[in-house]
Design a protein around this ligand. Structure first.
Ligand code: AMP
Ligand code: MG
Length: 489
């Protein structure tokens, strides 16, 4: 484990030509202090957790006191937002301090969100509010705990600085980490500005650093497209399987590594409602929970369009390659989702009516407003009455349960081993909106940050029992049935 000074930086993105990013400095917040530190993320970069106690830790992490090897930049990108192409976005409030290289050769971007204005801020202030920072911090670690690819989060820095949103809120910063933050939108920018040399440079960069095995393929760019499609389809299958709605699936929020990226007005389902819209600015439900699989296809189509000039010198041939790659998306999604849902039901073999069995359960859950997480966890518990109690229409549940038992019998399923396996895939705890809200209220109103750390530990191992925190394993409280989360963050 290392001290801050011992971290090795190897900044590969900032060695790309200018035109990919702007060099700049972070703008520290007024009277910064450490709010929460995540030792699990520190371990990834081999940073000793005790470094967080250093008097100058916050100055270093906020970029106020630059470590040797840091080279702060903001990246340039575009993207489709709510279906419309926006030609120039870029890191308007995120600044990449540098890339840490570990002893085993792994790379981690250290990216600060809320670090001040950049050339891409447009009319924004380059800041993040404490509320959104807590939400991203908790959710990215919760997703990791659930086994879902995501950016990670090292710490939250608080401040006395006032930030103006619908009301005045405290400003904060999040230090997030990922092998790369490159988005579909980075590719779109070079396609739509017809900078095809840069497009190739970016694709070569992504292949050589993150998909090195593809360099050997006959057509590495086609292989890259196929991989991005596969990872995206599988990522969204995972979201659907845990009841996660991202809320702003714009193509600039889609990672070329298939990571969950840019947590804004996301939400986990409480009761099963496929039409759930978590983003309160999404009036038409474009990014509703059940729209995510098709939105994923829209987004990978944006990526395919952007990478088209690299696929083949002949446009028609390139289009044919892109089409055939995109045609795979649905099957990959369906197959992966079926695999995940089978595991949630504790089924070991694949049979043709499994999807129907699952859909039938979802249908009665929807009708009965049964809680998504509680139903699956209860099914893991070898006590049908626990599940039954979650449905108003008990006989509808009983009918379904009979089919389920019959299906289990077909594969000679053993109750105790099935139960153990199901508990590893059906979380006991998820980050319900009310939980984040509680952590936020305590932080904002009382400068009490203990709830953030408490939930962090819980959400990092959501399949385990946490007896002292059993209160988080039940229904959301009445006051939080429907918290609308705004896009402004
Ligand atoms: P988001 O909705 O957070 O994914 O952001 C969309 C775009 O707006 C990105 O280019 C962000 O960098 C930018 N942006 C969002 N909030 C701010 C802000 N407060 N200041 C500057 N740019 C912002
Ligand atoms: Mg974004």
């Amino acid at each position: 484990m290392k001290t801050l000074e011992q971290l090795q930086f190897n900044n590969t993105f900032s060695r790309l030509p200018t035109g990919f990013y702007s060099r700049l400095q972070t703008t520290p917040l007024a009277q910064q202090f450490l709010i929460s530190f995540n030792p699990a993320a520190a371990e990834l970069i081999e940073l000793h957790a005790s470094e967080a106690q250093r008097a100058d830790f916050v100055d270093v992490i906020s970029g106020k006191k630059l470590l040797p090897g840091c080279d702060p930049i903001a990246a340039c990108y575009a993207g489709h937002q709510f279906g419309h192409y926006v030609p120039r976005l870029g890191d308007g409030r995120a600044i990449l301090l540098g890339e840490v290289e570990t002893a085993s050769g792994q790379h981690w971007d250290l990216q600060l969100k809320g670090a001040g204005v950049t050339p891409y801020s447009r009319s924004g202030d380059g800041r993040a509010v404490l509320r959104s920072t807590i939400r991203e911090y908790l959710c990215s670690e919760a997703m990791h705990g659930l086994g879902i690819p995501t950016t990670r989060a090292l710490c939250i820095i608080g401040s006395q600085e006032e930030v103006y949103r619908e009301s005045i809120e405290p400003g904060a910063m999040l230090l997030r980490m990922a092998p790369s933050h490159v988005r579909f939108g980075n590719f779109e920018y070079y396609f739509y500005t017809q900078q095809f040399e840069h497009l190739k440079t970016l694709a070569d960069y992504v292949i050589s650093h993150f998909y090195p095995q593809l360099a050997e393929e006959k057509n590495p760019y086609q292989a890259l497209l196929q991989q991005v499609i596969k990872r995206t389809a599988e990522l969204i299958a995972r979201w659907q399987s845990v009841g996660f709605a991202h809320g702003v699936m714009n193509s600039d929020n889609m990672s070329v590594l298939g990571l969950t990226l840019d947590y804004g007005p996301y939400g986990f389902l409480d009761h099963y409602d496929p039409d759930y819209i978590c983003n309160h600015s999404d009036h038409h439900g474009r990014y509703a929970f059940n729209k995510q699989p098709e939105t994923g296809l829209f987004n990978v189509s944006c990526f395919a369009q952007a990478i088209l000039p690299l696929l083949d010198e002949d446009t028609d041939a390139g289009v044919a390659l892109a089409r055939s790659a995109l045609n795979e998306y649905e099957a990959i999604f369906v197959q992966h989702y079926a695999f995940l849902m089978r595991a949630k039901l504790g089924l070991q073999t694949a049979q043709k009516d499994d999807q129907k069995l699952c859909n039938d359960l979802l249908a009665i859950m929807q009708k009965n407003q049964a809680d998504y997480t509680l139903v699956f966890r209860s099914l893991s518990q070898q006590d049908a009455s626990l599940s039954r109690d979650l449905f108003m229409d008990r006989s509808a549940f009983d009918d379904w349960y009979q089919q389920y038992r019959a299906r289990l019998l077909q594969e000679n399923s053993q109750d105790s081993s099935r139960s153990a396996a199901m508990k590893q895939v059906n979380p006991k705890y998820i980050l319900r909106n009310y939980m984040a809200e509680m952590a936020i209220r305590l932080a904002e109103d009382r400068q009490d940050y203990s709830e953030i750390d408490r939930q962090l530990g819980l959400l990092q191992s959501p399949f385990e029992e946490h007896n002292a925190l059993e209160r988080y394993a039940g229904y959301p409280p009445e006051w939080a049935q429907r918290i609308a989360v705004s896009c402004s963050s």
